[in-house]
Write a protein that binds this ligand. Structure first.
Ligand code: SAH
Ligand code: SF4
Ligand code: F3S
Length: 473
């Protein structure tokens, strides 16, 4: 690489050095074109990816790029997801569009990162058939964006940097939050559970917890900066802290987060039912800042299928857990994820899933058709369920889930709850949209000055999965 100084070996100093190098490039771009280069990040997938994108954007802004929502930008980065095949297909589809944009602007830099890039077959396919891509990196080295981008600007050929795994957690890099008033906060990375259908442990690597002090000081800084709601992020937050030098439970971490002044609401995602402790239920019950919402993925209601999925709980244990939670915290809102059509799923297995759905009465549920992920144990299982059997089951489940959630939602009409206003209503300029503690949205009269505020709202009418409301003084 060019340059007369030697890049520092330590992180994050090394990345700040490269941000400085990129700034020089940005300045010369500006002199040539009379404007700053624009950067656009498109995020696919879950909250972890959304959080990663905020970090990636922070680096680009520090380097001097101007943020843009428009893919006709000078630098475009797709932060990809590979949890189901349709996520991959969307990326391939959009790449065709990016290629056409690049033909109009040959200096455009196209970069791909995230979970999909951790699959060697994907990278091979891109190298072969999508040669207009300039930069590819994975999930373990997103902190190196500045260095990789600089390398890309210098080398003028495809730069590929994928790591198999890492035990490194690089702190103190810039980030640009999407919302001024709420933020995701990583508490752990990776996953060790290896549910047999799931590709996440392969593309995100082994479980690593952040040090509690790093998490707490990040949240203190956020709170001082006006953030009132945080979402603690991990694939299985209930196993937080087990591998730290000084272990700490997730419940204890929550207790400490709740002590932070200025912070009003705490959420977290995702809770694996197998590790949900009594201690956690106690902390949720006793701490008003923790939202009355638990996302508790079921995946299947059949004990036989759960065993094949390697979920480590059975139908009865799941139902007993739900009962315990509802007994301790009666107003707890429960949501879930369900997969239909796992290999070998029979009509009887599917009926067991419907049975759990009817008994638990979820506030809402994300339902997915099983997607075969190469390299996972389930992909090698015989008896993959044919599409013509899965589709009708999926429709039946969806109907059941929707009917129940609209009834569950109705029971709170007439109550007053606090909403955090997230933005203007997209259909009616006289209304704002707020999120209730139970994660359901409410629309009520207001204006832009309400955004980011916590406002008491009377729920007037249920529209199935959201409410119309009226603000209280
Ligand atoms: N760590 C979280 C889930 C992350 S993936 C947890 O354990 O709950 C989000 C959801 O995607 C999963 O809960 C599961 O329902 C779904 N999912 C994962 N792999 C899938 C696959 N191969 N096919 C269909 N859905 C899948
Ligand atoms: Fe995937 Fe299971 Fe890990 Fe969740 S807990 S990310 S479903 S392997
Ligand atoms: Fe997708 Fe990766 Fe999240 S595969 S669901 S973006 S962890």
């Amino acid at each position: 690489m060019n340059g007369n100084s030697v890049p520092p070996a330590d992180e994050p100093a090394r990345q700040y050095y490269y941000m400085g190098k990129c700034q020089k490039w940005v300045q010369s771009f500006e002199r040539r074109k009379g404007r700053r280069p624009t950067a656009c990040i498109q995020t696919f997938g879950c909250q972890m990816n959304a959080k990663d994108s905020e970090k990636l954007l922070g680096v680009l802004l520090e380097a001097g790029f101007a943020a843009s929502e428009d893919e006709a930008s000078d630098f475009v980065l797709y932060n990809t997801c590979t949890v189901r095949d349709n996520a991959n297909q969307r990326v391939y589809g959009r790449l065709g569009y990016l290629n056409r944009l690049k033909q109009k602007n040959p200096e455009m830099i196209i970069a791909l990162c995230g979970c999909m890039m951790q699959e060697p077959s994907v990278v091979e396919k891109i190298k072969k058939s999508y040669r207009f891509v300039d930069l590819i990196f994975g999930t373990h080295n997103i902190f190196r964006l500045a260095e990789l981008l600089y390398c890309c600007l210098e080398e003028k050929q495809m730069v590929v940097d994928i790591w198999d795994g890492t035990d490194q957690i690089v702190e103190n890099l810039p980030a640009r939050r999407k919302y001024p008033f709420k933020s995701g906060v990583n508490i752990m990375y990776g996953c060790n559970n290896f549910c047999s259908y799931c590709i996440v442990p392969y593309v995100r690597g082994r479980e690593r917890s952040r040090e509690p002090e790093d998490i707490l000081s990040e949240i203190r800084t956020l709170a001082a900066d006006g953030v009132v709601e945080v979402m603690l992020l991990g694939q299985n937050v209930n196993s937080y802290g087990k591998t730290l030098d000084v272990p700490m439970t997730f419940a204890e971490l929550l207790r400490r987060v709740a002590e932070i002044d200025g912070l009003e609401r705490i959420r977290f995602m995702t809770s694996h039912p197998k590790d949900l402790s009594d201690e956690l239920i106690g902390v949720m019950r006793d701490c008003p800042k923790i939202c009355r919402h638990l996302h508790l993925p079921l995946q299947s209601g059949s004990s036989r299928i759960l065993k094949m999925m390697n979920r480590v709980y059975n139908k009865e244990q799941y139902l007993a857990l739900v009962e315990k939670i509802k007994r301790e915290i009666p107003d707890m809102s429960l949501t879930t994820d369900i997969i239909v059509g796992f290999p070998g799923e029979t009509e009887e297995d599917f009926e067991e899933t419907l049975d759990v759905v009817r008994r638990v009465r979820y506030d809402s549920a994300f339902t997915f058709i099983y997607s075969k992920r190469t390299g996972t144990p389930a992909a090698a299982m015989e008896e993959q369920v044919p599409e013509e059997v899965v589709k009708p089951r999926f429709e039946r489940l969806l109907r059941e889930v929707q009917q129940i959630s609209s009834k569950v939602c109705r029971k709170d009409v007439g109550k007053t709850m606090t909403a955090l206003v997230e933005g203007m209503d997209t259909h009616d300029g006289r209304l704002v949209t707020g999120r209730l503690g139970n994660n359901i949205m409410v629309h009520f009269p207001g204006d832009a000055s309400d955004i980011g505020k916590l406002i008491p709202v009377m729920l007037l009418e249920s529209k199935g999965f959201y409410y119309m409301g009226e603000r209280l003084p």
